[in-house]
Design a protein around this ligand. Structure first.
Ligand code: MAN
Length: 343
């Protein structure tokens, strides 16, 4: 059920990272509990104020400083048909650069910034176009952040860990391009760690959900394809895992996003085998949630509901999601009710 106060966060609720920047979108937060509160790790997408006659967009230079690229808007070599992407002279850039911002709440609805906890920015040449869509998994006392690192080298998965949200350990790129939507399991299965991930194989294959295992969280192998897109259905073009699968008596419950050829993003569920999560026991025929509210139909990139974070309390899933790549919303689900739809 959608929260009555949706959207719970909009770009104007957050301060830009610097004066010259404007927050264009808030997207797809990671979610976790820490210090007795609920926290969102927001994806904040910024771009410089636009001026007449040119298109400008930020990226990191070789010394890791934010620089602004400027392109004449009349250029015949400019393609702006996708609001997320600037194609100039055949090369793709992003219209906005994303960083990750921490906000916290005691009621799960009213979130505010925590100045004591610094934002996370791109840190090197693999993150020069920004960092996005961070999943947060708690394993023991530590939090593991798996996010999309974007640069001219491609779109890859990077991992950092922390126990206090002030100091971070960098695991580097755990998956090379093209890959995103990486969600760690919060418990070992047997003696191994597991992650879901989403490589893209454009010529043969597609945008499917895969699984990998690791003895130490650094080395990942034994990759297997878990689920593919389904022709003619709501998840026909792209699918990707939400966040850490939820352990239930019937197996691992995973919420995922699926997009069709028209780039309409919906949410569904999969039930994965408890002992071998590469096996899908059941999968939503119909979406659990589809864009229907005004803030889900129109925004920066309309017709999108996308999640990569929730907290679970008994039977209740408190899910946070990005609507139309613009605002942050909340919706609650019941674990048993979702399992019922999968029978
Ligand atoms: C897609 C969209 C964008 C994102 C890029 C890079 O174009 O999901 O929001 O910035 O991929 O990950």
């Amino acid at each position: 059920m959608r929260h009555a106060h949706n959207p719970i966060l909009s770009p104007e609720d957050i301060r830009p990272s610097q004066e010259t920047m404007r927050i264009e979108c808030l997207l797809n937060p990671g979610v976790f509990r820490f210090d007795g509160k609920i926290w969102l790790l927001l994806r904040v997408a910024e771009r410089p104020e636009q001026t007449d006659g040119e298109i400008s967009f930020p990226l990191l230079d070789d010394a890791n400083r934010v620089t602004v690229m400027r392109v004449p808007s009349s250029s015949p070599e400019l393609d702006l048909s996708d609001p997320r992407v600037i194609n100039y002279k055949g090369e793709d850039f992003l219209t906005t650069m994303s960083h990750l911002r921490l906000v916290s709440s005691t009621d799960g609805v009213r979130f505010s910034e925590e100045p004591a906890y610094p934002p996370l920015f791109g840190s090197d040449c693999y993150e020069a176009y920004g960092i996005e869509d961070c999943r947060v998994a708690q394993i023991g006392e530590d939090y593991f952040l798996t996010y999309t690192a974007v640069s001219a080298n491609g779109v890859a998965v990077r991992m950092r860990s922390t126990s206090d949200w002030r100091h971070f350990t960098d695991y580097g790129l755990v998956l090379p391009p093209h890959n995103k939507d990486c969600a760690l399991f919060e418990q070992k299965i047997g003696n191994l760690y597991y992650m879901l991930h989403r490589p893209s194989s454009p010529e043969i294959g597609g945008n499917y959900i895969w699984i990998a295992q690791s003895p130490d969280l650094y080395h990942w192998g034994n990759h297997k394809c878990v689920a593919r897109t389904r022709k003619g259905m709501w998840d026909s073009a792209r699918i990707g895992a939400g966040c850490s699968p939820i352990p239930t008596d019937e197996g691992w419950l995973m919420i995922y996003h699926g997009a069709d050829a028209a780039n309409r993003y919906c949410l569904g569920a999969m039930l994965l085998d408890a002992g071998d999560p590469s096996k899908v026991i059941a999968r939503s025929e119909e979406p659990l949630m589809e864009p229907s509210e005004p803030y889900e139909l129109e925004g920066f990139f309309g017709n999108v509901v996308f999640t990569n974070g929730h907290v679970v309390d008994g039977d209740r899933i408190q899910m946070y999601y990005g609507a139309s790549d613009k605002v942050i919303c909340r919706a609650d689900f019941s674990v048993s009710a979702i399992l019922e739809t999968l029978r």
